[in-house]
Each structure stands twice: as structure tokens, then as C-alpha cells.
Design a protein around this ligand. Structure first.
Ligand SMILES: Cc1cc2c(cc1C)N(C[C@H](O)[C@H](O)[C@H](O)COP(=O)(O)O)c1[nH]c(=O)[nH]c(=O)c1N2
Length: 210
């Protein structure tokens, strides 16, 4: 039995506050085994029916990385064209990936065809497979920060293209592309808040009582 004391609880709260989506990375390499360690932590996460549907692809190949960066550029240009006026000008200033600088690239998929877990919990809500993978990514995001490592989630990508670039099984659904490295700076405020794109709202705005 492990007990957690007040000091740990305070530090855990600080971890939640100081976890950031990181897009600005130092160029120095990750410690040996850092990504494997994060994956092992992710595998401790809850999953529907204990199905562990997460699938990870560590992307080291330079040509594949370049293809992902090209896809990001194309998708980001398309995204920019959906805005106009002042909002477009602001979007154009945002840094929305650290793909070029991050020493670690990790793609994450959900295996929709796996029968691990024997379908428990998925009959009426098949999307719980994807939810389970997101739960793992959240744990990895926090674990990375605790290790002094930054993690940035990139979704400005086309899933079909990522599938082709990484040559993964058809049943794997693309969930996230993660940039991993040492952050240039630490901050307790989201970068989108610093850039005045959006601000974090309090829990009372999202809570109903019935
Ligand atoms: C599903 C999903 C997808 C994305 C993100 C997050 C999540 C959960 N975020 C990060 C997002 O912008 C960030 O979490 C919020 O701005 C809040 O900042 P902190 O994570 O608290 O630093 C993100 N950030 C970014 O720069 N490019 C991106 O493509 C994405 N995509």
C-alpha cells in the first residue's frame, strides 16, 4: 500500500498547473530511453475493457519526418485560409508545432480492430477505444513534465497522409502526433493564452448541477 502525503499532493497540483503544450524545444537530445519510459507510463493508463488499444510509432527516419513537416505546413496553410481579418493575422503569428526542432517524434494510434478486452464497454460506445488512447497521452504529457521534458500535441495534419507516411495497419486510427524534447522555457500559462488567442476559464463555467 502506497500513501501520498500533503507534500506530494501539492507537488502533483503544481504538475497539473505547470504541464504545458510545448512547441519551442532546445535542440539537445533526449536522455537515453526517455520516449520508451513515457510509453511505459502510458501503458499504465485506464483503457476500456483493459483493451490497451494504444499503438506507438517512434519516428526517427529523416525522410518520414520531413514528409510529416510538409503535411503540417500544407494543413496549417489551409487552416489559416479559414480565418479572415484580425483573427487571420493573429493565427499567422502562432507557433503551432515544434516539429522542426523537437528531437523526438512519436505518432500515436488507436487499434480499432483489436479484440483485446473482448469488447467489454465498447458495444454501445465504440469511441471508447479512442478515449482510452487519449487517456494514455494525458498521462504521458504529465509524466514528461515531471521528467523535465516537454511534449507538444500536433493535430494540424491529415490522418490519411500520416497513415501513408508511417505505413501502419489500416485498422489503426490516427490520434496524435507528439513532439518531444527539452522545452526552451517553463511557464504556468498556456502559450495560446500568452498569445491572446484564447484564455483558460474556470471550472464553474463547465459544471451543471441537476
Ligand atoms: C486534441 C488536442 C490537439 C491539439 C492540442 C491539444 C489537444 C488536447 N494542442 C495543444 C493545445 O493548444 C493546448 O493544450 C492548449 O492551448 C492549452 O495549453 P496547455 O496544454 O495548458 O499548455 C495543439 N497545440 C498546437 O500548437 N498545435 C496543435 O495542432 C494542437 N493540437
Amino acid at each position: 500500500m502506497v500513501a501520498f502525503d500533503d507534500t506530494f499532493r501539492r507537488q502533483l497540483h503544481e504538475l497539473f498547473v505547470w504541464r504545458r503544450d510545448v512547441r519551442r524545444f532546445r535542440s539537445d537530445p533526449l536522455p537515453e530511453g526517455a520516449i520508451d519510459g513515457l510509453i511505459e507510463t502510458g501503458c499504465l493508463s485506464p483503457s476500456v475493457g483493459l483493451s490497451q488499444p494504444w499503438r506507438f510509432v517512434i519516428v526517427d527516419d529523416a525522410a518520414r519526418r520531413r514528409a510529416v513537416i510538409d503535411d503540417f505546413r500544407a494543413c496549417n496553410a489551409d487552416a489559416l485560409s479559414c480565418y479572415s481579418g484580425e483573427r487571420a493575422a493573429r493565427y499567422a503569428t502562432l507557433k503551432l508545432s515544434g516539429l522542426e526542432q523537437a528531437p523526438g517524434h512519436l505518432a500515436v494510434f488507436a487499434d480499432k480492430a483489436s479484440d483485446v478486452g473482448h469488447g467489454l464497454g465498447r458495444a454501445t460506445m465504440p469511441e471508447t477505444t479512442e478515449y482510452s488512447v487519449v487517456a494514455a497521452i494525458t498521462a504521458m504529457w504529465l509524466a514528461a513534465r515531471a521528467d523535465g521534458i516537454g511534449l507538444g500535441w500536433v493535430s494540424i495534419l491529415s490522418p490519411d497522409r500520416i497513415h501513408a507516411i508511417l505505413d501502419v495497419p489500416q485498422s489503426w486510427k490516427f490520434i496524435a502526433y507528439l513532439c518531444i524534447g527539452h522545452p526552451e522555457a517553463e511557464c504556468d500559462q498556456p502559450e495560446l493564452e500568452q498569445a491572446k488567442w484564447e484564455h483558460r476559464r474556470g471550472a464553474d463555467e463547465f459544471t451543471l448541477r441537476r
